[in-house]
Design a protein around this ligand. Structure first.
Ligand SMILES: Cc1cc2nc3c(=O)[nH]c(=O)nc-3n(C[C@H](O)[C@H](O)[C@H](O)COP(=O)(O)OP(=O)(O)OC[C@H]3O[C@@H](n4cnc5c(N)ncnc54)[C@H](O)[C@@H]3O)c2cc1C
Length: 473
């Protein structure tokens, strides 16, 4: 997929060399990448291709970031922050003439404070590394996007990333207690939830690098549960699984994850390994319970009774770590399994209110059928997150077009059902569809907020919102 920005700053090449010289002299040669090969490596995220940035900056500190923002302003250039570039919506690619600022060297866990269950981290810390570092204290970091082995906490905050456990523990924004960030004037600022008043942390959460560049985060750590139990129920159809999930969410207090796998996903997993899931099932619910032993046991018993009431074909549960890991690996490896039966995959990222999940999966199936595409739907039923995965061949022009239309139609269908883009961010590729759904008052308010915090549209332009001049044209 290509990122085609509205503004093309073609005549800026003359000043490129001077810009690079200024950055080298301010931050040191080792902090700057500017060879064509290096720049090309930064010309995409996990899905979207883009023109290379004019220069890549690798700061080590907030002071380096602040200096970069000031230099960018004096050259009238934009800056796009970048974590691990696992985003799939063109959020972490620069616009032409723009500077890319990678947090790869700001990757230190600065402090773990077990007494207060919090940690201070730089934005380039890999998400799962924090959970590994917190484990010896009996603590964990709750956000668990499927990309957690690679993505960064700064990127998670900027996209408000979620995962299977988000409905129980909240998405990333809910784990962030304080931030340090660099604003559009190049000043280093702090925002702390304890300060009271307007909560700037929440304003920057999910803003995808358009309002400021985050340079440090204080995050909440949670106590590891005393007991974990996983239940697996198979169903004759997706609708029964969804209805059972709603009942379990309401009645089982210890439930912390409710994952859906459809028939095609189960077949793909079974084809690649010894599947931990029931054979020939049309739909499976993977249910995790966590907490005190008596609570997980009680929820487990209640869930078993509920799934049977909703026509489950089978139910098994496990308390062993090894079996739980096997079940979660199967869930996490759905894409890998599907990629063995299809040359290309398009992972759609959608969300709907939980009360609309049945309508949503019907709409998804109908759209895939209309475009003659094979589609596997998996999702986080606890918070209404759905990931239809379209199977196709990118060398087939018709299939390419069908996938693009189908993914847009699916997003539009979710917006009609009161949902929208899911957890992976909006970036460039989902910007128009999401923006068009907002009413004029909302749009104006968002532009005013954006203007107040980034008057020159210096931070990650073209993402999340259309440029202001287009709106007022
Ligand atoms: C296989 C796969 C599975 C995924 N699964 C999930 C999932 O389960 N849940 C989920 O929510 N997402 C998922 N994603 C999407 C992606 O991993 C998340 O959006 C993640 O939070 C991005 O982190 P990152 O470090 O890669 O950020 P990037 O992709 O580098 O950047 C994302 C956005 O954040 C901004 N940004 C990055 N760092 C900063 C900073 N320090 N300050 C300000 N802005 C910044 C960037 O400008 C960009 O707009 C998945 C992606 C892949 C490829």
């Amino acid at each position: 997929m290509n990122f085609v920005p509205h503004r093309f700053m073609a005549d800026l090449a003359d000043t490129d060399m001077e810009l690079r010289r200024r950055l080298v002299s301010a931050l040191g040669r080792e902090a700057i990448l500017d060879t064509p090969d290096d720049l090309l490596a930064y010309a995409c995220d996990a899905l979207v291709d883009a023109p290379p940035p004019v220069v890549v900056v690798l700061p080590r500190s907030a002071a380096d970031v602040a200096m970069t923002v000031r230099i960018a302003a004096s050259f009238e250039r934009s800056i796009t922050a970048r974590g691990a570039a696992t985003g799939m919506t063109g959020g972490a690619v620069a616009v032409p003439g723009g500077i890319l600022l990678s947090t790869v060297r700001m990757n230190h866990i600065l402090e773990i404070d077990p007494a207060h269950r919090r940690a201070r981290v730089q934005p380039g810390v890999v998400t799962l590394d924090l959970t590994y570092a917190a484990a010896p204290y009996g603590l964990f970091f709750a956000p668990d996007p499927a990309s957690e082995r690679i993505c960064t906490i700064g990127g998670n905050f900027a996209t408000n990333a979620a995962g299977p456990h988000a409905f129980a523990y909240g998405a990333t924004a809910e784990q962030v207690l304080a931030i340090e960030y660099v604003d559009a004037s190049g000043d280093i600022r702090q925002s702390n939830l304890d300060d009271g008043g307007i909560d700037v942390c929440s304003i920057l959460a999910g803003s995808e690098g358009t309002l400021g560049i985050v340079t440090c985060l204080d995050v909440r750590l949670r106590k590891a549960p005393e007991s974990i139990c996983i239940g697996v129920a198979s169903f004759p159809d997706l609708e029964s699984a969804i209805e059972a999930s709603t009942a379990i969410r309401e009645r089982c207090t210890a439930v912390v994850a409710l994952e859906l796998l459809d028939e095609l996903a189960l077949m793909a997993i079974a084809a690649t390994s010894t599947s931990p899931y029931p054979r020939n099932a049309k739909a499976v619910l993977l249910i995790e319970f966590a907490g005190l032993l008596e609570d997980t046991r009680e929820s487990e018993d209640r869930a078993e009774a509920l799934v049977r009431r909703y026509a489950a074909d089978s139910w098994v549960s496990t308390h062993t770590v090894a079996e739980a890991q096997r079940l979660w690996s199967g869930r996490h490896d759905v894409r890998k399994a599907l990629s063995r039966i299809s040359p290309d995959l398009m992972v759609c990222d959608l969300a709907v209110p939980r009360s609309r999940l049945v309508q949503a999966v019907r709409a998804i199936a109908a759209i895939a059928k209309q475009h003659r595409l094979r589609c596997s739907t998996v999702g986080h039923l606890g918070d209404g997150g759905l990931h239809p995965i379209l199977l196709y061949d990118r060398t087939d022009i018709d299939e390419n077009a069908a996938v693009e239309s189908a993914s847009n139609e699916m997003l539009e269908a979710m917006l009609t059902l009161g949902g929208g883009a899911g957890e992976y961010g909006i970036g460039f590729t989902k910007r128009e569809i999401v923006y068009q759904q907002r009413d004029a008052t909302d749009r104006a308010a968002l532009h005013r907020l954006h203007h107040a915090l980034d008057p020159q549209q210096r931070f990650n332009p073209e993402k999340l919102l259309p440029p202001r001049e287009l709106e007022h044209a």
